[in-house]
Design a protein around this ligand. Structure first.
Ligand SMILES: Cc1cc2nc3c(=O)[nH]c(=O)nc-3n(C[C@H](O)[C@H](O)[C@H](O)COP(=O)(O)O)c2cc1C
Ligand SMILES: O=C(O)C(=O)c1ccccc1
Length: 376
C-alpha cells in the first residue's frame, strides 16, 4: 500500500492538507467521530464530490483589481460569505474548543454557530470574540424533552447577544454512526456541557449516545416548535437541515427567517442527496422571501463560489474548523479561514467577478458525461 505522506503544519496549503495534518494529531476514536458520516458514508462523500460536476465559466479581460468578497449576512458585513457551523465537543480537538473558534472567526470577521452541546457556554463563546470584532453568533438548538431547559438555552443565547436560533430539524433521532459503536465512543471525561447544565460524567451515564435520546425529543413538529420559539424570543429563527422545496415552503409558512440546506454533514441519514444538488430547488422555493444558506462538503473557495452561483446567500463549514482546532487551536482555525478566503477571492478574480452580485448562474456550467458543457 502507498505510504500516506502527511504535510508538516507550515506547508498546509489546502483544506485537504489540514485534514491530513489533523488526522495525524487526533487519536483514532476522535478522528473517526469527527470525520465520519452515517452507515455507508455515501452522503458524507458525495457532499464533497458533487461539487466537481459544476464547472466554472470564467469571463476574461476584466479589471478585477478592486475585487470585494464581502457580504452582509445576518445584518452585518463579513469578509466573505463563509461562516462556521455549530459542531459539538470542540474541546476534544483542542482544550480551547469553541473559544478558539470564536476568536478565529472574529479575527477573520465571519460569523459562528454555537452547538447546544458545546464545551464552553454561549456567554464565554460570545465573550471570547467581543474584544476582537463584533461578529454574530447564532445558537443551535435541538427540540428537547425538558422545555424549561430548552427555554433557558434560548434566553441565555439572546442575553449573550446571539442574533438567531438555528433549530436543527434533521435529528428527531440520531443517525447510525458505526464508528461510535465500534470504538464505544463516549464524550471524554472532564469536559463540561454548560448549555445542557451537565458534565461529561453525567452525560456518559445517561445513554450510550452521549445523552442525545435522554435530552432530545423525537416528537418535534413545525406547529409545536416555531410558534413557541417565536413566543419566547426576538432572535431570528432559522431551520437547519432542510433538503426539499416542500420544507422551504413550510419554513416560509411558519414565518421563519431562513433555512440552512444541510444533511448534517452526512451524519444523519445516509442516502440523502449532496446539499449542493438540492440547493437550486430550495432557492427556487424560497422565491427570495426567506434566506437560503448551505453547509456540507464545502472544502475550497471554489466550492463557496459554486454554491453562491447556485443561489446560496452564504456557506458554512463544520469539519474544517475541527481540523484547524486539532492542528493548532485558534491559529489552526484562522489558517482554515484564511485558506478559504484567499481561494474564494482568487476564484472571483479569475472568473471576472468583482462583487458577490456578479456571481450568478451564468458563471457555471454542468459537465455531461462525454458531452459538451451544459448551461444551467
Ligand atoms: C463533529 C460534528 C459535530 C456536530 N455537531 C452538531 C450539533 O451539535 N448540532 C448541529 O446542528 N449540527 C452538528 N453538526 C453538523 C454541522 O453543523 C454541519 O451541518 C456539518 O458539519 C456540515 O458539514 P461539513 O462538516 O462537511 O462542513 C456536527 C458536525 C460534526 C462533524
Ligand atoms: O454528532 C452530531 O452530529 C450531533 O449533532 C450530535 C449532537 C448532540 C448529541 C449527539 C450528536
Amino acid at each position: 500500500m502507498a505510504e500516506i505522506v502527511i504535510a508538516p503544519v507550515k506547508s498546509i496549503l489546502s483544506i485537504n492538507d489540514l485534514q491530513l495534518a489533523a488526522a495525524k494529531k487526533l487519536p483514532t476514536n476522535a478522528r473517526e467521530f469527527y470525520d465520519s458520516g452515517s452507515t455507508d458514508q455515501i452522503t458524507v462523500l458525495e457532499n464533497t464530490t458533487a461539487y466537481r460536476k459544476y464547472k466554472l465559466r470564467p469571463r476574461v479581460l476584466r479589471d478585477v483589481s478592486k475585487v470585494d468578497p464581502s457580504r452582509h449576512i445576518l445584518g452585518q458585513k463579513i469578509d466573505f460569505p463563509l461562516c462556521i457551523s455549530p459542531a459539538r465537543i470542540q474541546a476534544m480537538a483542542h482544550p480551547d474548543g469553541e473559544l478558539a473558534t470564536s476568536r478565529a472567526c472574529a479575527r477573520r470577521n465571519v460569523h459562528m454557530g454555537v452547538s447546544s452541546f458545546s464545551n464552553y457556554s454561549v456567554e464565554e463563546v460570545t465573550g471570547a470574540a467581543r474584544s476582537i470584532a463584533p461578529i454574530v453568533h447564532v445558537m443551535q438548538l435541538y427540540t428537547m424533552n425538558d422545555r424549561a431547559k430548552e427555554e433557558r438555552i434560548v434566553r441565555r443565547a439572546e442575553r449573550a447577544g446571539c442574533k438567531a436560533v438555528f433549530l436543527t430539524a434533521d435529528s428527531p433521532v440520531l443517525g447510525v454512526r458505526y464508528n461510535e459503536h465500534r470504538n464505544d465512543f463516549r464524550t471524554p471525561r472532564g469536559l463540561s456541557f454548560p448549555m445542557l447544565e451537565k458534565t461529561s460524567e453525567m452525560i456518559r451515564e445517561e445513554t450510550h449516545d452521549d445523552g442525545f435520546v435522554a435530552l432530545n425529543s423525537d416528537a418535534h413538529s413545525w406547529a409545536r416548535e416555531i410558534p413557541w420559539l417565536r413566543s419566547i424570543t426576538k432572535m431570528e429563527i432559522w431551520i437547519k437541515g432542510v433538503l426539499t422545496a416542500e420544507d422551504v415552503a413550510l419554513a416560509r409558512e411558519y414565518g421563519c427567517d431562513g433555512v440552512i440546506v444541510s444533511n448534517h454533514g452526512g451524519r444523519q441519514l445516509d442516502g440523502t442527496p449532496a446539499t449542493i444538488d438540492v440547493l437550486p430547488e430550495c432557492v427556487k422555493a424560497a422565491e427570495g422571501q426567506i434566506k437560503v444558506h448551505i453547509d456540507g462538503g464545502i472544502r475550497s473557495g471554489v466550492d463557496i463560489f459554486k454554491a453562491l452561483a447556485l443561489g446560496a446567500e452564504c456557506c458554512w463549514v463544520g469539519r474544517p474548523a475541527i481540523w484547524g482546532l486539532a492542528v493548532d487551536g485558534e491559529a489552526g482555525v484562522s489558517k482554515m479561514l484564511d485558506i478559504l478566503y484567499d481561494e474564494f477571492r482568487r476564484c472571483m478574480q479569475l472568473t471576472g467577478c468583482n462583487t458577490i452580485a456578479d456571481i450568478r448562474k451564468s458563471c457555471l456550467g454542468i459537465a455531461q458525461p462525454n458531452g459538451p458543457l451544459a448551461r444551467l
